[in-house]
Design a protein around this ligand. Structure first.
Ligand code: TXE
Length: 499
């Protein structure tokens, strides 16, 4: 049985109350690890350590180049341990091994990318402003925001940690990381790697624990300067409320119900590939999953028929098994939620084109498996069309005009991602411009790059991760203005009145 402790101020320690949480392998439903369950008192110790490291420690005072050396060493270690980390991620989360390998490689790439931005920041230096009043000179500098509370979800445990840690550390912040209670294992390894790579004590602290206790305590802690959160809309709202009390900086990456519009001139095989990748990758547990597909009517029946055939062929099983492309969902509660969503859709009049809420055949009797599911003929004001399921459940509808497609696509409180497919690239550009989403894909769905901003419109969140925009999340901007003139200011004390 694997064991995990908290990591506070450069040392591993048990939770104060000695409490432990079980970690379950979603393919076997077996407990394979136990980790410390932090309470408010443990979170307080971690935040204090991060505060001390920020206020008096070396990390924020190093040059970007010096910090970059540590981040690059972390990237090297991640690549060296890629296979072991990927296997740990599969046991924790359930995803197929090739996906987990991809995640570890991406996480390493993220540390490398932000190492590069930290180096550039040194070269960039202060920005001098041209002021119309020549008596003054002004420059703008950027400095780390302070102590960051990073709260991350279970769908990409290692990668989501990297998306927050890499820019925060590159900027010179110190961090308290709280992984999801469902998938804490790769965060333990990442912290070990950071420590070995040379992060000074207190710079990166880890509190494993429940959301309502450890997560809430971190959100409410007065010494945290910024909260970076990825997760559900409901929890994001709580985090934002907690942040509001002390005017903490906050960035939120929340859910979505992202549309993919397929025009009739799209090549059918290409449409099939991206539709399936857009919703079945990571068992559909992806915030940007294109879970609503809108198909132009002339292509609708043919594409739906082909989709049903292809989806029935997706190999389902333990993520460790060679060839599997759809693993189990992360937990019993996620399985219950997804099954209930499918049942409700059917009860409300939708038709099941493929899959369903029954256990898929050939998966044995253990594991949180659900078949890849396609739902059609739902009302466009129904629950299943509007709400995030966070599972391998695709809703499909037909449209007759570009205008109608856009109206249906944008008719959502979410706005994280959207996609459009057509051979007519002018049309794609026009539609991309009108889609209300922070990420728009043309003739694809889901590819994500460290260089490109990531985040949502509307209730899908606030702020952007990744790219230079993600770096700026962790920087405060400061103007330093100097009075250069020898002439008196002469407002209260006029010339001649002086002693
Ligand atoms: O999410 P939570 P859950 C969606 C998805 C899923 C649903 C529920 O639809 O079915 O959310 O999943 C921590 N204060 N997404 O319950 O609660 C928690 O410990 C502070 C979409 O797992 O949002 C975990 O570390 N923190 C999403 C993190 O918040 C709290 C990815 C996310 O958990 C807290 C995951 C609190 N009061 C789920 N309560 C995406 N956008 O990618 C919980 N947490």
């Amino acid at each position: 049985m694997l064991r995990g402790q908290l990591f506070i101020d450069g040392a591993w320690c048990a939770a104060h109350a000695g409490a432990l949480m079980d970690v379950i392998d979603p393919a076997s439903e077996q407990v394979f690890a136990q980790v410390a369950s932090a309470q408010a008192r443990d979170v307080d110790a971690a935040v204090r350590a991060a505060r001390r490291a920020f206020d008096t420690g070396p990390w924020p005072r190093l040059s970007g180049c010096e910090r970059a050396r540590v981040l690059r060493a972390m990237a090297v270690a991640l690549r060296e341990q890629l296979e072991a980390l990927a296997r740990l991620e599969v046991r924790d989360n359930g995803k197929p091994l090739p996906e987990a390998r991809w995640d570890v490689g991406d996480a390493a790439g993220c540390f490398e990318y932000y190492a590069g931005l930290a180096e550039q920041e040194d070269k960039r230096g202060a920005e001098h402003l041209d002021l119309p009043d020549g008596r003054f000179s002004s420059r703008v500098t950027r400095q780390p925001v302070g102590v960051v509370g990073a709260i991350i979800p279970w769908n990409y445990p290692l990668l989501m940690a990297a998306w927050k840690l890499a820019p925060a550390l590159a900027a010179g912040c110190t961090v308290v990381l709280k992984p999801s209670e469902l998938t804490p294992m790769s965060a333990l390894e990442l912290v070990r790697i950071g420590h070995a790579a040379g992060l000074p004590p207190g710079v990166l602290n880890l509190v494993t624990g429940l959301g309502a206790t450890a997560g809430q305590a971190l959100s409410e802690h007065k010494s945290v300067d910024k909260l970076a959160f990825t997760g559900s809309l409901a929890t994001g709202s709580k985090v934002m409320q907690a942040a509001a009390r002390d005017i903490k900086r906050v960035s939120l990456e929340l859910g979505g119900k992202s549309p993919l519009i397929v025009f009739a001139d799209t090549e059918i095989e290409q449409a099939l590939e991206w539709i399936m990748f857009g919703i079945f990758w990571n068992q559909g547990q992806v915030c940007s999953a294109t879970s609503r597909v809108l198909i132009e009517r002339p292509l609708y029946a043919k594409l739906l028929e082909r989709l049903a055939q292809e989806v029935a062929r997706i190999p389902i099983g333990s993520g460790m098994k060679e060839g599997v492309l759809l693993g189990p969902l992360v937990s019993q509660s996620q399985l219950d939620k997804v099954r209930a969503a499918i049942t409700r859709a059917v009860q409300e009049g939708a038709s099941l084109v493929s899959g369903g809420s029954e256990r898929p055949p050939g998966c044995g009797d253990k594991g949180y498996f659900v078949a890849p599911t396609i739902i059609a003929d739902m009302r466009l004001d129904s629950w299943i069309w509007a709400e995030e399921v966070f599972g391998p459940v695709l809703c499909v509808a037909a449209f007759d005009s570009e205008e109608e497609a856009l109206r249906l696509a944008n008719d959502s409180r979410f706005g994280l991602a959207a996609a459009v497919m057509s051979r007519d690239l002018e049309r794609c550009d026009r539609v991309a411009a009108a889609l209300q989403a922070g990420v728009v894909w043309i003739n694809c769905s889901q590819p994500t790059f460290c260089e490109a901003p990531w985040g949502g419109f509307k209730q899908s969140g606030i702020g952007r991760e990744l790219g230079r925009w993600g770096f700026e999340n962790y920087l405060e901007i400061k103007q330093i203005t100097r009075y250069d003139s020898r002439a008196p200011w002469a407002w209260y004390i006029q010339a001649g009145q002086r002693d």
